[in-house]
Design a protein around this ligand. Structure first.
Ligand SMILES: Cc1cc2nc3c(=O)[nH]c(=O)nc-3n(C[C@H](O)[C@H](O)[C@H](O)COP(=O)(O)O)c2cc1C
Length: 184
């Protein structure tokens, strides 16, 4: 038996609940799984966030923490590691693009998760209305502005307001599951 919040009262009262007999059995597993390995069971798409409006300032980073948040107003969020040197370039109200990757963009995903100095080398990109680079072979892109930044442990949550969105030709998505690329 354990104490858990009472969902009926909605007042945060604690009630005694019976834990599934399967759970202690699972918890007694010889080796406790790492948190990363459990997070990796959650299948996601892959995006590249881009920002900067002048060539030497262009930045891109592969992220799978992109999440849609709200339709009115239109908003999404993503998370960047606090040790990311470019986190400070995502200033409030500054423009950025989210490129939703297609299965054909695996090497682009690797490039933008790899060495900073190699990221834009030999990469075909275009510039969108907000002057930020985007990749036209993506499934779609979202133009946005940073609305709010929230420190959350070793990452920062960036809540963004959408200014434009484009759905390109339908292709197969690039998917991430168990730290490996997949598709459907
Ligand atoms: C599929 C995939 C998803 C990733 N998602 C994130 C993410 O959501 N946030 C993040 O900070 N880094 C993420 N990374 C790691 C970054 O792409 C990058 O390698 C790391 O942050 C170093 O970036 P920097 O050189 O720009 O500091 C991801 C990497 C891969 C391959």
């Amino acid at each position: 038996m354990v104490d858990a919040p009472d969902s009926k009262s909605g007042e945060g009262n604690l009630v005694r609940v019976r834990v599934s007999p399967a759970l202690p059995e699972l918890l007694n597993m010889k080796k406790k799984p790492t948190l990363t390995s459990v997070f990796s069971l959650f299948t996601t798409g892959i995006t590249i966030v881009t920002n900067g409006t002048k060539k030497p300032e262009y930045f891109g980073c592969t992220i799978n923490s992109f999440t849609s948040v709200s339709l009115k107003p239109a908003m999404f969020l993503f998370c960047l590691g606090n040790d990311n040197k470019h986190l400070k370039t995502f200033k409030l109200n500054s423009p950025l693009n989210i490129n939703i990757l297609a299965n054909s963009q695996k090497s682009l995903s690797n490039k933008f998760a790899g060495k900073l100095e190699d990221r834009w080398k030999g990469v075909d990109y275009d510039i969108s209305k907000n002057k930020v680079p985007f990749f036209k072979n993506s499934l779609g892109i979202i133009e946005a502005k940073v609305f709010q930044k929230m420190l959350a442990g070793d990452h920062t949550i960036l809540l963004c307001k959408i200014t434009n969105h484009y759905n390109f030709k339908s292709k197969k998505p690039l998917i991430y599951y168990k730290s490996k690329y997949q598709t459907i």
